[in-house]
Write a protein that binds this ligand. Structure first.
Ligand code: GUN
Length: 283
């Protein structure tokens, strides 16, 4: 059984970006990410701090906008517009969730698709859907890297991939990416009939449902690759995934742990999108 080490793969990607960023700097190009945080949600503060730290590590410039919780939507949209127009800004990230009085959809759609390093803008989702170059949502992009780098001898082409969960941020883009890798894709969800039987067909199972330990060994075929996107907390506050790791790891060919699997990959792929934004912006 292969334990896919997301921390190590994330570090590897960041180190590769660090080298490439040094080469860009020699050409006079500095990658710049603008990070906007509205309000004081503690989890969001941690995420934003980690994103800024990753920028610092790789050698990107980061601009930080920490706005009070009562910031109006109009003010926020003004800031996004200003950053859209700035030639020295490559990527814009608005940390979600936003306070209730702000329409997240309006904010996402205000970001220029060419600076949308989260890959949330409908234009980027559309580009992914028809196979054009664009920004891909970071978590599903990270899953592809986990499989390719964590299981280098495993070929996704032709494999049965079952994705459990159909969110806009994970399940749907995950399906499109797996299709791009030539997998045969099934998107299962809470209304799927006989979910166990559907999952049991999978050579690759990607769990993104948000239910602690829902995927037991009864859902998994022997020798499957199991990717756990879930981040749940047990009653005693411990982090755990959607997959019952102890039993599934006994039959899987490869599996990601929680924590230390998909989680660390999201920032690495965000950093990769920032690099791509700068390359496209300067060509
Ligand atoms: N909140 C939780 N995850 C994310 C993410 O990937 N991007 C943004 N902008 N906000 C988030």
């Amino acid at each position: 059984m292969t334990l896919i080490d997301g921390k190590a793969i994330s570090a590897q990607i960041k180190d590769e970006l660090k080298v490439k960023t040094g080469e860009l700097k020699d050409k006079g190009i500095e990658v710049t990410l603008a990070v906007i945080l509205v309000g004081e949600d503690p989890a969001s503060q941690v995420y934003v701090r980690n994103k800024k730290r990753a920028c610092e590590y790789i050698g990107y410039r980061s601009l930080s906008y920490e706005l009070p919780a009562d910031t109006t939507q109009e003010k926020l949209l003004e800031l996004v517009e200003e950053l859209n127009g700035r030639d020295d800004v490559d990527g814009i990230l608005v940390q979600m969730p936003l306070p209730k009085h702000i329409d997240e959809k309006a904010v996402i759609e205000a970001i220029s698709p060419d600076k949308d390093v989260d890959g949330f803008h409908p234009v980027n989702v559309g580009r992914l859907c028809i196979g054009e170059e664009g920004f891909v949502s970071c978590t599903p992009a990270g899953v592809i890297q986990l499989i390719k780098r964590g299981c280098p001898d495993f070929d996704i082409t032709g494999k049965e991939c079952v994705i459990v969960g159909r969110s806009n941020i994970v399940g749907k883009p995950m399906a499109l990416l797996m299709l791009r890798e030539n997998a045969t894709v099934t998107v299962a969800h809470s209304r799927t009939a006989d979910l166990k039987a559907v999952c049991k067909r999978a050579d690759i199972i990607i769990a993104a449902v948000g239910k602690a330990g829902m995927i037991t060994k009864d859902y998994v075929k022997e020798g499957a690759v199991v990717i756990d996107v879930g981040i749940n907390r047990t009653e005693d506050g411990k982090l755990c995934g959607d997959v019952k790791f102890d039993e599934v790891s006994e039959i899987a060919a490869a599996i990601t742990p929680v924590p230390g699997g998909v989680g660390p990959m999201t920032i690495a792929m965000l950093m990769n999108n920032c690099y791509e934004a700068a390359i496209r912006h300067n060509r």
